[in-house]
Structure formats: C-alpha cells, structure tokens
Write a protein that binds this ligand. Structure first.
Ligand code: BTN
Length: 245
C-alpha cells in the first residue's frame, strides 16, 4: 500500500485515473487530498468538502479475473467496507442507500464514486473514490440531509487513523471478490440496505410519485421495487429516488 498525500488537486479520482497507466502505479495506491477543486459525485454532481475537515480520497485496485457482468459486486464491497469501518468508530445506525451512499440514520455521511477501466469483458483497473464527512459540522443550505462523524458524535476524529481503517476495511471486502464470494457480499449488502422490504414513497424519472417496497437488487445493480399492485419494476440509477426519508 502506498499513500500519496496532496494539499490540493482537482479530483483524487481524476488524478489516479490519469496516473495509473502513465506511471504504472501499483494496486492499492491511495491518493488523499485536503482540498479538491473539482470533486466529482455520481451522475455528474459536485462533491463539496471544507478544507482539511473531511476525507476525500481514492484507491486504485487492479484485478486479474473480474468479469464486467459482476461489476455491481464492487459497489457492494466498497459500501460494506466503508460502513464496517464507521461502525467501529461511532455506534449509530448506518445503512447503505442504493446504490452505494452511506447513511448515518437517515442522513448521508459518505459517498462513493467508482470508475472502472475495462479490457474485453473484464474490469482491469478500478478507481474507488470516497468522500466521508468527518469533522465538518456546517454544510451549505443547498445540501440537504447530510451529516458527519462529528455531527453525530460531538467529537473530533483523527483523519489519518480513519483513512487507514477505511482502506483496510474496503480491502477486506474486495477479497470477497477475488475469492468469488458473491452471494456472501449480496447477503451482507441486502441486510444493510436502507428501506429494504419497507413500504416507501418513490418518484420516478417522469415525476410520478408511487408507493413501493424494495425487494431486491438485480445482478446488473438495478433496484427492484414491488408496487402496490404486486407488479415489480426495475430501475437504473437516474430513474428513481425516494420521495421522502
Ligand atoms: C456521490 O455520492 O455522489 C459520490 C461522491 C464521491 C466523492 C469522492 S471525494 C474523493 C473522490 N474524488 C472525487 O472527485 N470524487 C470522489
């Protein structure tokens, strides 16, 4: 494991993507920055984080035999790894909000952005970007339902120690992929999935509000929701969100 610490960078994910091949970086090279000037979130959103308060880092992982059809298991492994590391730091109820947001109770505490490079039918290199809210306690008004370790606990956390714990925890779940323990990953993921089997209000991409309950996540990573008429619908990332929390 090699940790590169930077004061500022556009995005730790972009840095690792650019340098992985160019500089032949080894698996488990980690880049952590105190400030990102263009931190990226899922679906082209911006990831905001106050200078030096939180953790914004990326991990390069190289695979030898990881089929693209199984890519959602990587999302599961990373989310489980982050959640397990947090559980050891502060005892509260943590959930994974599909596909891979980490909630502390009902509020988002960490986000994950995974970017794969593919060769044929295999994932070769992956860059796993994590933004974890650690010691920041006030957030801009536009960002709703967000929290941090300090907000839930009242205490300051040592970011260096937290970083090591997170990396080790994520690595221990990625070993499940190397060992092809996919059903174990799925079982642990479903056990921690927010609103699993609980009726909830959703909004689809046509702004239709409906009641349904999450009954599964497909092999491709789609959310499977049972509707009131007992029919099921599958959704991709941009196609559904919770109407309320
Ligand atoms: C999300 O929830 O939308 C995903 C957020 C991921 C943010 C992290 S911060 C470190 C890494 N570098 C980036 O530009 N993004 C990820």
């Amino acid at each position: 494991m090699k940790i590169i610490k930077l004061n500022a960078i556009d995005s730790t994910n972009s840095y690792l993507k650019e340098n992985a091949i160019k500089n032949n970086l080894e698996s488990y090279t980690i880049v952590v920055a105190d400030k990102q000037t263009s931190g990226r979130g899922q679906l082209g959103t911006v990831w905001e984080s106050d200078l030096g308060k939180n953790l914004t880092f990326s991990v390069l992982v190289k695979f030898v035999d990881f089929e693209i059809t199984r890519q959602f298991y990587l999302s599961m492994a990373v989310a489980l790894g982050v959640l397990a590391a947090l559980k050891n730091k502060w005892d509260t109820k943590y959930y994974i909000k599909w596909p891979n947001d980490i909630l502390a109770d009902k509020d988002k505490i960490a986000g994950i952005l995974i970017e794969n490079s593919i060769s044929g039918n295999f994932i070769k290199n992956t860059v796993i970007g994590i933004g974890l809210n650690v010691n920041q306690i006030s957030f801009s008004k536009e960002i709703e339902n967000v929290t941090s370790l300090k907000k839930i606990s009242g205490i300051d956390f040592d970011r260096d120690q937290l970083l090591l714990d997170l990396i080790n925890s994520i690595a221990s779940y990625i070993k499940y992929i190397d060992a092809k323990k996919f059903s174990q990953l799925k079982m642990e993921y479903m056990n921690l999935l927010f609103k699993y089997q609980i009726p909830a209000m959703f909004i689809d991409n046509k702004d239709l509000v409906f009641i349904g309950k999450i009954i599964d996540v497909s092999a491709e990573g789609q959310l499977v929701v049972e509707l009131e008429n007992e029919k099921t619908r599958k959704f991709n990332l941009k196609e559904i969100k919770f109407a309320s929390r």
